[in-house]
Design a protein around this ligand. Structure first.
Ligand code: HEM
Length: 154
């Protein structure tokens, strides 16, 4: 397999997903260990609010609001939704006794995975545009050099 694809796409994806699983398991473990299970109930509310706030990026992208640098907002979207999802997973993931919460957890996990894939695709498309621009500007420069009159020629 192409090593740059592995390094720039697959490893970061696996790392962020693995870290989410690790943070969820560790969070649940420590809440039980420290007898703070009640905190988990509030993490659900906090995580949901964080995810809702992180959706500000979407409003900015669609120009419903004009404040905020889109580059910074996408980073905040990625971080806010990741952290918010970890909180919701700690709140819900480990001990769910009904079908509906399981479905909600599965749906949110699917959105997180799709967000991580989206992050990779976005990076790849940015790189593609950058490469194309470099190629076109090189070609334009070469054409200009070839069509420029030679010094000393009548
Ligand atoms: C509960 C979790 C999440 C929700 C509800 C969510 C929601 C959304 C929505 C609604 C959009 C569309 C924005 C638009 O076009 O208006 C979006 C785009 C995107 N999200 Fe998420 N997201 C979540 C998690 C994540 C995660 C974890 C990441 C990456 C770490 C991520 C990265 C992205 C990226 C890269 C885009 C595309 C940006 C673009 O093309 O403009 N998302 N997300």
């Amino acid at each position: 397999m192409n090593s740059s694809l592995w390094k720039s796409h697959i490893l970061p994806f696996a790392f962020l997903l693995g870290l989410l699983a690790a943070v969820t398991l560790a969070g649940d473990y420590f809440l039980h260990r420290l007898d703070l299970v009640w905190v988990g109930r509030y993490l659900g509310i906090l995580g949901t609010l964080l995810i809702i706030c992180a959706l500000y990026y979407s409003a900015r992208k669609r120009k419903w609001v004009s404040k905020g640098n889109p580059r910074t907002l996408i980073r905040l979207h990625e971080f806010g939704t990741w952290l918010g999802s970890a909180m919701v997973l700690i709140h819900s993931g480990i001990h769910i006794n009904a079908v509906l919460p399981w479905l909600a957890t599965a749906a949110m996990s699917a959105i997180v995975v799709s967000g991580l894939v989206g992050k990779i695709l976005l990076k790849q498309s940015q790189q593609h545009v950058k490469d194309k621009l470099g190629f076109l500007s090189n070609r334009a420069n070469r054409k200009l050099t070839l069509s420029a009159p030679c010094i000393g020629m009548p």
